[in-house]
Design a protein around this ligand. Sequence first.
Ligand code: HEC
Ligand code: HEC
Ligand code: HEC
Ligand code: HEC
Ligand code: HEC
Ligand code: HEC
Ligand code: HEC
Ligand code: HEC
Ligand code: HEC
Length: 428
Amino acid sequence: MSEQATGWWRRVLVVACVATMTSAMWQCGGGSGDGSPETGPFPDGFLGLVNVSQNVTQCGECHANEQGRWALTGHAVAFDTLAAIGRESSELSCAPCHNISENGNTLMDPMAGFVGTPVAELHNVQCENCHGPGAMHVADVKDHPDASITVSLNDGCGECHQAAHHPFVEEWMESAHSESHLSGQAFGLNVAGDPACAYCHVTQSFIRFVETDGDEQIITTNPEPINCVACHDPHGNGNEHQVRVVGDEPIVCGQCHNQGPTMIGETPHHPQRDVLLGEAGFEFPGEVFPGASTHGDLTLNPDICVTCHVVTRPFQGGEFPIPAQVGHTFEPIPVIDEATEERDFSNCADCHADTATIFTAFRAEIDPLAAELGTALDAVPEAKRGSEEYQGALFNLETFENDKSHGVHNPSRMRRLLEASLEKLSEL
Ligand code: HEC
Ligand code: HEC
Ligand code: HEC
Ligand code: HEC
Ligand code: HEC
Ligand code: HEC
Ligand code: HEC
Ligand code: HEC
Ligand code: HEC
């Protein structure tokens, strides 16, 4: 835990609390119950809420910063969501994911928490869902209740964010993100062991990178792939859906899917963000190139990557229920029928009427252009390969290939970059 525990709030708040702590540790922050006869610890060692009406957790008495942020998240009202539809009982089918329970931590007792002890103190998804029971910790604060950052069907966020209504963990497991700590292992690379790679490939390293505003690149033991905790701050941070963003970067996915300060002569890796924003590729001097298209315009398409890459569909009940689709495979055009290879263009349909052909028709035009450029580059004699024309054209072809969208991220700019490259090579 200590490897990633560098948040400024942690240093400020825990220290502030310790400074005010008296010999009676429970008085830190000065809370008492709200008149309720129930006070923790409850069975299994859960502490729960110390003030039910104000939704203050026992943990929050000392960890005021996490308490303040958590109180604004969906987790803090998860019980109310059930109560609003008359499902507030401790029934096993709903309660364990919307209240303190064995879910999210290492307990294995289905009767733990609210299910076995249906009191208001154990309402909502609280600190102890993820961190586990806190009684031992308050008896000895050095005994840390660490939350797991591993995510699977039986661990961490995935224990609740699963199944037909919200299959986040199932979809994420299909996405390349779930193996990003092993990228390139087959060619002998070790992304988790190199700080220059780990901050985009490993959750712990990415969290440290975000928390230090991009200053620190670290490696860690037990590296985790890019999972829920990388993209979402478990305690909330004021951003919609608790999404983590580094500094002024407006595009969540662009924190990793960018080429960095790559120059002509180098290889542009994963330049998706820069292609979208109209900043990728080599602009031959004296020529004009289009900038961002509608796809990458922060005003016309404010969600940028999410608009196309997070494809959702609600759960459909009935005799043969269809599971929800929550967009966490991050595929822009998911295949919905393997047999016919029919694809789901619903996210393009907000803007395009001709979704059935728009992708194939454009590919039929731009893929051959790229192939032609590849052939032209191969034909350039060795002696001329140091020229700006050759290097610029090579850079543009690699930008096209490594962007992997077949030009869709920025159709007119990508078309122009390829065409201009061909023109330059023909003059060489
Ligand atoms: C009585 C005050 C108090 C309460 C209540 C309390 N903590 Fe703590 N907690 C501390 C202090 C002080 C530390 C730092 C201990 C140290 O220096 O090792 C700490 C450390 C931690 C850490 C480790 C932080 C790190 O940087 O590694 C976690 C996680 C944590 N607490 C979670 C919780 C949770 C979850 C609860 C509720 C179940 C809780 N705490 C309740 C005082 C408290
Ligand atoms: C004990 C079950 C449980 C665990 C564990 C859990 N969640 Fe949740 N989560 C919920 C429930 C229930 C909701 C819906 C709350 C509501 O709106 O009533 C939710 C909502 C959310 C939301 C939506 C908030 C919004 O504003 O749209 C995000 C994001 C989220 N959880 C992320 C996480 C992450 C990340 C983790 C792991 C670090 C996690 N959750 C662990 C049950 C859980
Ligand atoms: C496996 C854990 C789990 C169980 C069991 C569960 N929920 Fe949830 N529930 C969640 C999560 C996670 C969310 C947040 C989903 C999201 O933000 O997309 C949620 C969200 C909700 C919402 C908010 C609307 C929505 O769909 O996003 C309602 C209402 C709800 N649940 C009702 C129920 C009811 C009623 C039951 C019992 C029949 C139940 N839940 C059982 C995990 C669970
Ligand atoms: C949805 C799951 C979840 C909930 C709810 C949650 N935590 Fe955490 N917490 C985590 C995870 C995962 C980490 C480790 C990753 C990180 O640091 O973001 C963590 C880290 C911490 C740390 C270590 C400091 C740090 O930032 O690394 C403290 C202290 C802490 N949590 C306290 C709390 C308190 C207090 C609450 C309730 C007010 C709470 N947490 C609620 C999942 C959760
Ligand atoms: C700025 C963030 C970032 C850094 C730093 C980074 N990567 Fe990546 N890496 C990515 C992204 C994003 C992808 C997925 C790109 C895609 O598919 O277009 C990726 C994909 C990969 C792949 C899979 C390639 C493929 O096409 O299947 C390998 C291998 C890889 N990276 C190795 C490395 C190595 C080695 C380093 C360190 C020298 C490194 N990466 C540094 C973000 C990064
Ligand atoms: C690569 C980054 C990334 C990863 C990994 C990731 N998410 Fe998300 N998630 C997002 C983004 C971005 C959104 C916002 C989508 C939007 O704005 O509609 C989101 C939205 C959500 C929401 C809110 C959806 C809603 O409308 O209710 C929940 C809940 C959620 N994620 C849970 C999870 C869980 C659980 C995991 C791990 C299994 C996870 N996410 C992994 C990026 C990520
Ligand atoms: C913390 C860094 C990070 C963030 C944030 C991130 N990604 Fe990734 N992404 C990666 C890495 C690393 C890979 C490569 C994994 C591999 O192929 O081994 C990847 C792979 C992918 C792939 C698969 C590419 C392929 O060639 O198969 C897609 C699609 C993708 N990401 C989309 C997104 C979207 C959309 C978002 C925002 C919601 C996002 N990513 C956010 C790091 C990140
Ligand atoms: C206008 C819709 C759109 C937007 C916006 C968009 N993409 Fe894409 N993206 C696509 C399409 C279409 C493909 C090609 C899919 C295919 O070949 O099946 C693609 C491909 C990709 C791939 C390669 C996937 C693979 O499996 O090879 C990655 C990675 C990616 N996009 C990341 C991003 C990121 C990061 C952003 C935001 C900076 C973004 N995209 C914004 C439509 C979009
Ligand atoms: C926010 C609206 C919006 C969304 C969503 C969107 N597009 Fe577009 N797209 C446009 C507009 C507008 C143009 C015309 C060029 C421009 O004005 O930038 C365009 C142009 C294109 C072109 C170039 C056509 C040509 O021949 O020049 C392709 C290909 C394309 N879009 C594919 C897609 C695909 C595939 C998706 C879904 C994955 C998608 N678009 C989603 C608005 C959108």
